[in-house]
Design a protein around this ligand. Structure first.
Ligand code: CP3
Length: 359
């Protein structure tokens, strides 16, 4: 039997995760009726916030991720400032790889840089399975964040096999993913073993976060949009499916998102997502049709928050209206918050989404 919990108390008998169970965010993920449309922003924790920049001063990003006290504070900053309906753990998709000993760094102004590019089977020796004991700081941070959040849910996340592979094969960020595709077509045995190993690492990393108290997860396949649908289905989808299937046994909603994935939305939904993230290039109504029966998340253009307020409001109103035809809709940007975003506009946007959708 389901119980209705209406308390902010993190000491609720069922624990904080139980207190979050009836939140608008988790209800929308499950396609249940909501009092208003929940909203959070990809990359809400981080670079757009002056309080974040002050705290990070002088500490490398990946180092910050291993300090639970700082992770808790950075994860909470956007919840306090914006009043969003969910928190997302402050971390990075490269954290689990760093934790198993892959030689990589996050270079300011560039992004993740990997020392030994994957070309052949022997290069995969660096990808051993991830255990909870490899990331004690993640379990500690999640537990503390969840206690602090009370009835506000925490989203755990990980990188999807293709997106992680693109960094390991290219050695860093890439626009065209030429080396990645060369390996995919030229050495399918290496490719599939690489993605299978990454899938196990990602699934384990999500399991650690859920077992520590995260009440939803997001699988970021940020760069999957560079693939044609047939190649996505043949070379990538089975591995994302493996991650989502394993997380499915944990009983939390699974959000799946990538940039420029208009043509892949149906396939990404069928890979085992409960909620599909839609970027701003796809009209939300079309996205909803493509994911047939799933909840959706999105999809305001992250650059649109630089427009005059009336335009932001109009566009957001249309997105909310379109969202009503989905079983569940979580308002979000179509990709991450841009670094120069004015935080006050996001606060105003959260208030607007709540007020407009509650009418
Ligand atoms: C591209 C990139 C990565 N990792 C990094 C970059 C370069 C960022 C930049 O300098 O612009 C390094 C990075 N990642 C993060 C930071 C902290 C500062 C910041 O907020 O940008 C930094 C410096 C936070 C993060 N990085 C990520 C999160 C979690 C997701 C979220 O908050 O929505 C955070 C807080 C996840 C991440 N990390 C990465 C991807 C592809 C994703 C998936 C989300 C996406 O497509 O943007 C790889």
């Amino acid at each position: 039997m389901e119980t209705t919990i209406q308390t902010n108390d993190a000491n609720h008998p069922g624990g904080a995760a139980a207190a979050a169970h009836d939140s608008a965010f988790l209800r929308a993920c499950r396609g249940e009726p909501v009092p208003y449309t929940p909203v959070w922003f990809m990359r809400q924790a981080g670079r757009a916030l002056p309080e974040y920049r002050a705290l990070r001063e002088g500490t490398p990003m990946l180092e910050t991720c291993t300090r639970p006290e700082q992770v808790v504070e950075i994860t909470m900053q956007p919840v306090r400032r914006y009043g969003v309906d969910a928190a997302i753990l402050y971390s990075d998709i490269m954290v689990p790889l760093k934790a198993i000993g892959v030689d990589l760094d996050i270079v300011p102004g560039t992004g993740p840089v990997v020392a030994h590019r994957v070309r052949e089977l022997s290069d995969l020796d660096q990808l051993r399975p991830l255990e909870a004991a490899d990331v004690p700081y993640v379990s500690a941070a999640v537990g503390e964040v969840v206690r602090t959040l009370g009835s506000t849910p925490l989203i755990g996340f990980t990188g999807a096999p293709f997106t992680l592979a693109s960094y390991l094969v290219e050695g860093g960020p890439s626009r065209d993913h030429t080396a990645t595709k060369a390996l995919m077509y030229g050495a399918p045995d290496v490719w599939h073993e690489l993605l299978a190993r990454l899938a196990r690492i990602s699934a384990n990393f999500l399991r650690v976060q859920v077992e520590a108290g995260a009440s939803a997860v997001q699988l970021f396949d940020s760069w999957a949009g560079s693939l044609a649908p047939a190649d996505y289905d043949a070379y990538v989808r089975p591995h994302s499916e493996a991650v989502l299937a394993e997380v499915g046994t944990l009983g939390v909603p699974r959000i799946h998102f990538g940039v420029g994935t208009g043509e892949l939305l149906g396939s990404m939904a069928a890979a085992g997502a409960d909620v599909v993230g839609v970027d701003w290039r796809v009209p939300l109504r079309d996205g909803i049709e493509r994911v047939a029966g799933r909840a959706v998340q999105g999809n305001l253009d992250p650059a649109l928050v630089f427009a005059p307020w009336e335009i932001i409001a109009d566009k957001s109103r249309s997105i909310l209206a379109a969202g009503r035809s989905a079983p569940g809709h979580i308002f979000n940007l179509g990709h991450g918050v841009l670094p120069t975003t004015d935080p006050d506009v996001l606060t105003r946007l959260v208030d607007f989404v709540h007020a407009e959708s509650a009418r």
